[in-house]
Design a protein around this ligand. Structure first.
Ligand code: HEM
Ligand SMILES: *[C@@H]1O[C@H](CO)[C@@H](O)[C@H](O)[C@H]1NC(C)=O
Ligand SMILES: *[C@@H]1O[C@H](CO)[C@@H](O)[C@H](O)[C@H]1NC(C)=O
Ligand SMILES: *[C@@H]1O[C@H](CO)[C@@H](O)[C@H](O)[C@H]1NC(C)=O
Ligand SMILES: CC(=O)N[C@H]1CO[C@H](CO)[C@@H](O)[C@@H]1O
Length: 328
């Protein structure tokens, strides 16, 4: 009796030790680099090949594809729910912030290519994460290893998208709260905002800053007046649909320009300009404009991995969707 108690006790200690070690390894989320090494060794190569093909004919999709991973992760975690169609128009896709999402067909194309090689193995959530990295690299941004092993969710809810996606009108407290609520840091906020170095925006996302900022027909005083004049040419009053480049002139190059732009008070959204309203984010922005303090490329990979861990489904949770737009 005493003997078996001792055995049990030792066993318990071993289990606790193993658990503590697994935490120390930084893998409590259950993801790892090279998750498909044995089950689908070419998965990442197939994704990259398809992304490169798409980039060669439609380079303007780079930004859209990076943004999809962000919108996926912030609503219910990185589990592919942003991709689901809803016959009743109540899915995340149907929410206002998602009406400007693009690139869904590219994800379907990548997923089909992967399915052809290894049916039912690679999740749509992982496809989004790998594609986000590959478009970053394709636009000359940093390479970082993507952790994989995510599984796909079965729910997509319009209200959750509205509640979790931060609007471009957000001030710094709202931005910080939105990221902290997800377990991401203020540094992740400023670093990941640098994703706005590629891609476009519709006038609807910042029109208020140009024409009727406080309801008095005024402009946003924090936006460079010369830049306002330029933006007004591209975006007439009430214009929702025209598009502008967020990093004019290098919209297809992933570089550190974003921080120079924000520093010059030419960040397109209030949420970009807001990064100058907090000492930590402001210091980061300013450091990135100098050569000695430039760490953005490294930081971006780290923060993307952090974002890619949000509320992931692993093990036996969720499923591996066959087609990304519908649950199995
Ligand atoms: C911090 C909060 C954020 C806000 C408020 C925000 C807001 C926006 C808005 C309003 C647009 C323009 C949509 C349109 O009108 O077409 C946009 C585009 C974009 N965002 Fe963000 N964003 C945020 C964070 C991020 C993050 C974390 C990433 C990725 C790391 C990201 C990557 C992009 C990219 C690449 C585009 C260009 C999309 C395209 O070319 O279609 N954003 N964002
Ligand atoms: C969607 O999410 C909201 C907010 O969390 C919740 O109140 C609502 O019941 C959900 N809708 C469905 C259909 O599950
Ligand atoms: C920031 O925005 C939130 C709502 O999004 C508002 O409650 C808060 O008062 C604002 N803070 C400042 C300092 O303007
Ligand atoms: C500006 O906003 C105010 C208050 O919301 C509104 O009454 C007014 O009609 C708007 N002006 C224009 C030109 O849209
Ligand atoms: C990309 C996408 O699915 N956009 C949808 C956003 O929501 C509107 C309104 O529900 C739909 O018409 C769009 O197709």
């Amino acid at each position: 009796m005493a003997n078996s108690m001792t055995t049990l006790f030792v066993l318990l200690q071993v289990i606790i030790l193993a658990f503590v070690l697994s935490l120390a390894n930084g893998q409590p989320h259950g993801l790892k680099i090279g998750f498909y090494e044995k089950t689908c060794p070419d998965a990442e190569a197939i994704v990259k090949k398809t992304v490169d093909q798409v980039m060669s004919v439609a380079p303007s999709l780079a930004g859209a594809l990076l943004r999809l991973h962000f919108h996926d992760c912030f609503v219910r975690g990185c589990e592919g729910s942003v991709l689901l169609n809803s016959p009743t128009h109540q899915a995340e896709k149907d929410a206002i912030p998602n009406q400007t999402l693009r690139g869904f067909q590219t994800i379907d194309k990548v997923k089909s290519a992967v399915e052809k090689e290894c049916p039912g193995i690679v999740s749509c959530a992982d496809v989004l994460a790998i594609v986000a990295r590959d478009v970053t690299v394709a636009t000359m941004g940093p390479f970082y290893e993507v952790e994989t092993g995510r599984r796909d969710g079965r729910v997509s809810n319009i209200t959750e998208a509205l509640n979790n996606l931060i609007p471009p009108t957000a001030n710094i407290s709202r931005l910080k709260a939105g990221f902290l609520q997800k377990g991401l840091s203020v540094k992740d906020l400023v670093v990941l905002s640098g994703g706005h170095t590629i891609g476009i925006s519709h006038c609807s996302s910042f029109n208020n800053r140009l024409y009727n900022f406080t309801g008095k027909g005024d402009t946003d005083p924090t936006l460079d007046p010369e830049y306002i004049t330029r933006l007004k040419i591209a975006c007439k009053p009430g214009d929702q649909n025209s598009i502008v480049e967020m990093d004019p002139g290098s919209v297809r190059t992933f570089d550190g320009d974003y921080f120079r732009i924000v520093d010059k008070r030419r960040g397109l959204f209030q949420s970009d300009a807001a990064l100058l309203d907090d000492s930590e984010t402001k210091t980061y922005v300013e450091l990135q404009t100098s050569t000695h303090g430039y760490t953005f490329f490294n930081d971006f990979g780290v923060s993307m991995v952090n974002m890619g861990r949000l509320e992931v489904l692993t093990g036996n949770s969720g499923e591996i969707r066959k087609v990304c737009t519908v649950v199995n």
